[in-house]
Design a protein around this ligand. Structure first.
Ligand SMILES: NC(=O)c1ccc[n+]([C@@H]2O[C@H](COP(=O)([O-])OP(=O)(O)OC[C@H]3O[C@@H](n4cnc5c(N)ncnc54)[C@H](O)[C@@H]3O)[C@@H](O)[C@H]2O)c1
Length: 565
C-alpha cells in the first residue's frame, strides 16, 4: 500500500473524530430545527464529483417536457397508473402490466441488458421497461457499467423549464391565469394538466401585509372560480426570514393534506415570502410545485425570476436554501406596486440598476428617462420595457448557470459587501431593504472600478463623470448612498465573508469599459476598499452640497424602519 492513501485516510479519520456528536432524539429536538443545527458542524466529505460529467445520448433528449404531452400525473406510492409523458406509451402501461413495479429481470438478463441502449432493453424486456427510459425520467440508465467494472456511476440530465409571464389583472375574476395559465409538464413533478374540469383546491401563502391589502380580493378570486382555497397569511420580513417560518409553512402543507401533483402551492408576496415558501415547498416531499406571484418590484425582477430559495440563519444572510425551479411566475406590476410606495419601488429599482450597470446601458438610459419624466416615484410602476429588459437580462445570466456552477456571476454585482451590511443594518433602528443595501454596494463598486482605471480606461475625467452620473441616478431612484452600517470596516469584513462564500476568491464584479459591461476582480484588498469607500463618501458629500442628489433617501440616508410605507 502506498503511503499517500494511508495518510489521507488518517487525516479524514481525524477530521471525522473531531466532528462526530451523538444525536439524541428527544421531544425537544425532534424537529427540523434540531436537524439543521446539527448540520452546522463542518462537512465531513470532500469527495469530488466533477470528473463524472453527465452522459448524454440522443435518447436523453427525446421526450419533450415542454408541451404537456402526458395525460395525467400521479404520485409515487399511488396505486394509480404511472405518469408517462409520451402518449403512445401511456395506454400500454395503463392496461395493467404492472406499471411502476420493477420488471422481473434476472441478474443474467440484467447484466446482458445493461449493455444495451434503453430502447433495446425496452424491446427485450417488454414495454414496462420504458417507464424508466433514459431522458424520460431524467436518468441516463444506459451508462451504468458497475457490474463489469465495480465502479458505479450515476448520471442524470435534469430538464428545467418554467415561465415568467407578465400579465394584467392577475386577481381579476375574468383572469384565469393563476388557475390554468401554467405549464404543468415541468420536470420532475409532471403535474396533471388542465382538462377544463373545475380546479379543486389551492393552498395560498400570502405575505401578511399583502393579505391586509389584497386578502379579500384573493379570496373573492378563488370563490368566484369555485376553488376551495385556504389562505395562510405569513409574517414576512427580513427578521422572520428564518427556519421557524419554513416550519410554519410545512405544518400548513400537512394540515391542508396537499396533493402535490394536482394542487400547486400559490405564493403571493415579496422576495421574503417567495424565498420562504419556495424553500418549504422544496423540502415538502422533496419538491412540491409553487406558483409565484411577486408583489414587490424586487420579487418581480429578481427573487421571482431565479431558482434559489433561502432563509437566513445564525445571523447569516440566506445561509440555508436550495435550488428549485418554480412551476410558474406571474408578474403584475400594475396590480401590486401601487401599494409599495416610493421606497418599495426604489428598492426594486436597485436590482434593476444592477442589471443596467453590468450588462445593459440602454436599460440605464431608460431608467434615467423614467426618473426625469416624473421625479416623484411614489407607487409608480416602471415602464413595461424597463420591467421586461430587467427580467430578460436576469434570465440571460441565470439560465446558463442556474445552479451556480461558476461563481463568476455578473448578477452578483452589488452583492459583495451588501449581504454583511444588510444583516448588520437589521440590528440598527434603520434597517435597510435588500435593494437599498445592494445600492450601497454598487456605489462602492463603482468607485472601485473608477479607481482601478477600469470604468472608462480611455479617459479618467469621463470615468469620473460616469461615477457622478451613476450616483445621481441612484439618488433619483430614492436609493441611499449612506447608512450607519455602511462603514469601511464593515465592507472589509464583508469582503472576507464573501471570499469564503465564493470558493476562496472574492470574484468582485465591477463595471469595466463603460456602463453596461463587466469584468471580475480577484485581487481586491482591504486598503483598496478603504480608499474607495473614502473617495465615495467625499464625492457623495460634494454632490450633496451641489444639490446633485435629489432623491428622497439619498442625501440623508433616511431609510425608515419596517414594512414599506
Ligand atoms: N431568491 C432569490 O434569487 C432572491 C433574489 C433577490 C432577492 N431575494 C430576497 O428577497 C428579499 C427582498 O425582497 P423584498 O424587497 O420584496 O422584501 P419583502 O418580501 O420583505 O417585502 C418588503 C416589504 O413589503 C411588504 N409588501 C410586499 N408586497 C407589498 C405590496 N404589494 N404592497 C405593500 N407592501 C408590500 C412586505 O410585507 C414587506 O414588509 C430578501 O430577503 C432577498 O434576500 C431573493
Amino acid at each position: 500500500m502506498s503511503a499517500q492513501p494511508a495518510t489521507s485516510f488518517n487525516n479524514n479519520q481525524a477530521s471525522l473524530d473531531s466532528h462526530i456528536r451523538p444525536f439524541e432524539k428527544s421531544a425537544s429536538n425532534n424537529t427540523l430545527s434540531s436537524v439543521v443545527e446539527d448540520a452546522a458542524t463542518p462537512p465531513l466529505s470532500t469527495s469530488s464529483f466533477s470528473k463524472h460529467l453527465p452522459l448524454l445520448h440522443s435518447a436523453a433528449l427525446k421526450p419533450d417536457f415542454r408541451r404537456g404531452s402526458g395525460d395525467s400525473g400521479y404520485d409515487e406510492g399511488s396505486s394509480s397508473p404511472s405518469p408517462l409523458a409520451t402518449p403512445d406509451l401511456a395506454p400500454s402501461v395503463a392496461s395493467g402490466t404492472g406499471s411502476g413495479a420493477e420488471s422481473p429481470v434476472s441478474l443474467d438478463e440484467f447484466s446482458f441488458g445493461h449493455k444495451l441502449r434503453a430502447e433495446d432493453r425496452a424491446e427485450h424486456h417488454g414495454v414496462d421497461q420504458k417507464i424508466n427510459l433514459a431522458g424520460l425520467n431524467g436518468l441516463d440508465i444506459g451508462g451504468v457499467t458497475g457490474l463489469e467494472t465495480g465502479s458505479f456511476v450515476a448520471s442524470a440530465m435534469m430538464p428545467i423549464r418554467y415561465e415568467i409571464k407578465c400579465v394584467d389583472g392577475i386577481l381579476d375574476t375574468s383572469n384565469t391565469d393563476l388557475l390554468v395559465g401554467i405549464d404543468c409538464s415541468v420536470f420532475p413533478v409532471m403535474m396533471k394538466p388542465y382538462t377544463g374540469e373545475p380546479v379543486g383546491r389551492r393552498l395560498v401563502i400570502v405575505d401578511n401585509n399583502v393579505y391586509a391589502l389584497y386578502g379579500d380580493k384573493i379570496k373573492a378570486y378563488f370563490d368566484h372560480h369555485g376553488v376551495e382555497s385556504h389562505i395562510h397569511p405569513l409574517r414576512a420580513s427580513e427578521n422572520t426570514k428564518e427556519f421557524d417560518s419554513v416550519q410554519e409553512l410545512l405544518q400548513q402543507f400537512k394540515n391542508f393534506d396537499i396533493d402535490r401533483r394536482n394542487e400547486p402551492i400559490i405564493a403571493v408576496g415579496g422576495g421574503v415570502t417567495l424565498d420562504i415558501c419556495s424553500l418549504a415547498a422544496n423540502l415538502w416531499r422533496r419538491n412540491t410545485p409553487v406558483v409565484k406571484v411577486p408583489t414587490t418590484l424586487i420579487g418581480m425582477v429578481d427573487a421571482g425570476v431565479g431558482v434559489k430559495t433561502a432563509v437566513n440563519w445564525c445571523g447569516g444572510k440566506n445561509k440555508i436554501g436550495t435550488y428549485c425551479a418554480p412551476l410558474g411566475v406571474f408578474v403584475d406590476a400594475e396590480q401590486f406596486l401601487g401599494s409599495t410606495g416610493g421606497r418599495g419601488v426604489g428598492n426594486g429599482m436597485g436590482e434593476i440598476l444592477k442589471m443596467a450597470c453590468v450588462k445593459d446601458v440602454e436599460l440605464f438610459e431608460l431608467m434615467e428617462g423614467w426618473v426625469a419624466a416624473k421625479p416623484e416615484i411614489e407607487g409608480r410602476a416602471p415602464t413595461s420595457m424597463i420591467m421586461k429588459r430587467a427580467i430578460q437580462g436576469m434570465l440571460e445570466e441565470l439560465s446558463p448557470n442556474l445552479f451556480e456552477h461558476t461563481l463568476y456571476r455578473v448578477v452578483d454585482y452589488g452583492h459583495t459587501f451588501s449581504p454583511f451590511v444588510e444583516m448588520d443594518a437589521l440590528e440598527t433602528n434603520k434597517p435597510l431593504l435588500h435593494g437599498e443595501a445592494v445600492n450601497l454596494d454598487m456605489a462602492l463598486s463603482t468607485m472601485l472600478a473608477h479607481n482601478r482605471g477600469w470604468l472608462y480606461p480611455a479617459s479618467a475625467s469621463h470615468s469620473f463623470s460616469l461615477v457622478r452620473r451613476t450616483y445621481a441616478l441612484m439618488s433619483a431612484l430614492g436609493l441611499p448612498l449612506r447608512h450607519a452600517s455602511f462603514t469601511a470596516d464593515n465592507c472589509i469584513t464583508a469582503l472576507g465573508e464573501i471570499e469564503k462564500a465564493r470558493g476562496g476568491r472574492v470574484r468582485v464584479p465591477l463595471m469595466s469599459g463603460g456602463i453596461g459591461m463587466t469584468r471580475f476582480a480577484d485581487d481586491v484588498c482591504e486598503d483598496e476598499v478603504r480608499r474607495a469607500w473614502e473617495d465615495m463618501c467625499e464625492l457623495v458629500g460634494e454632490m450633496e452640497s451641489n444639490g446633485e442628489l435629489m432623491g428622497q433617501f439619498g442625501a440623508e440616508g433616511q431609510v425608515t424602519e419596517g414594512p414599506l410605507e
